[in-house]
Design a protein around this ligand. Structure first.
Ligand SMILES: CC(C)(COP(=O)(O)OP(=O)(O)OC[C@H]1O[C@@H](n2cnc3c(N)ncnc32)[C@H](O)[C@@H]1OP(=O)(O)O)[C@@H](O)C(=O)NCCC(=O)NCCS
Length: 209
């Protein structure tokens, strides 16, 4: 019998059970949960033991140990991702079995593709980005590192979403009209994006401004 792959989940918040379930569905055996707050160590959540705080755990030898990151905050997730990578840890790609992913797409380390997502051909999703439930990534879209594309957003063809962007739930970027969404930008929920958005902006509305 093949040995089951093992993984640790980092982050305990409202969204963490989504990541736990995703790891289970990808065939991982969850070895424990890890949280920044050491006061939770020893407790149990969603049936799994909280085994350590993040800082102490990542100080150990974590070479080739698998992790999945459950925090939605892009900046915190980037920090933890970078620490794990520096120390030789691994962040496997996790794809929900209901997702439809083109064989002509490229999904990188630490990417999570949640339930009912569609990824069309020639899409690239770079390290540590989370594509939440029901999102559509149209052909030739690029999602850079450490982004969070929230539920039921639709990213139109040829849009490049730069690093560390939050696209709020139910947003549409119109195919062919939006070259870029600049790094570190937040697009509010339910937005309709009609043109390029500069870096470090907060925009929302229909059309988004
Ligand atoms: C855009 C956003 C970041 C702004 O947050 P904020 O700075 O706290 O803004 P506020 O809630 O104080 O709202 C300020 C004004 O903008 C309006 N507004 C805020 N977000 C809006 C949105 N997405 N669409 C339309 N109007 C919006 C508010 O109604 C309010 O208007 P008012 O001044 O006329 O009352 C936030 O509302 C948002 O949409 N976040 C995305 C959430 C999300 O999808 N997360 C995904 C994880 S599940």
């Amino acid at each position: 019998m093949m040995e089951q792959k093992e993984i640790y989940i980092i982050g305990i918040g409202h969204n963490s059970a989504v990541t736990i379930e995703l790891a289970e569905l990808n065939g991982y055996r969850i070895m424990g949960l890890i949280h920044y707050n050491n006061e939770l160590t020893g407790k149990t959540q969603w049936g799994y033991p909280i085994v350590s705080d993040t800082e102490s755990f990542l100080k150990q030898d974590i070479a080739s140990v698998n992790f999945a990151l459950s925090m939605g905050d892009n900046t915190i997730r980037k920090e933890v991702f970078d620490t794990i990578k520096k120390q030789g840890g691994m962040l496997p790609l996790l794809i929900h079995p209901t997702a439809s992913v083109s064989r002509f797409s490229v999904l990188n380390e630490g990417v999570q593709i949640h339930a009912n997502v569609t990824v069309q051909p020639d899409v690239v999703v770079k390290e540590n980005s989370i594509i939440s439930f029901g999102v559509g990534l149209t052909h030739n879209v690029t999602i850079a590192e450490h982004c969070y594309i929230a539920g039921h957003s639709l990213i139109g063809a040829y849009t490049v979403v730069e690093e560390n962007v939050l696209v709020g739930m139910g947003t549409t970027t119109v195919s062919g009209k939006v070259e870029k969404i600049g790094h570190d930008t937040v697009v509010g929920a339910g937005s309709l994006v009609m043109s390029t958005i500069a870096p470090k902006k907060v925009v929302y509305g229909r059309p988004a401004k």
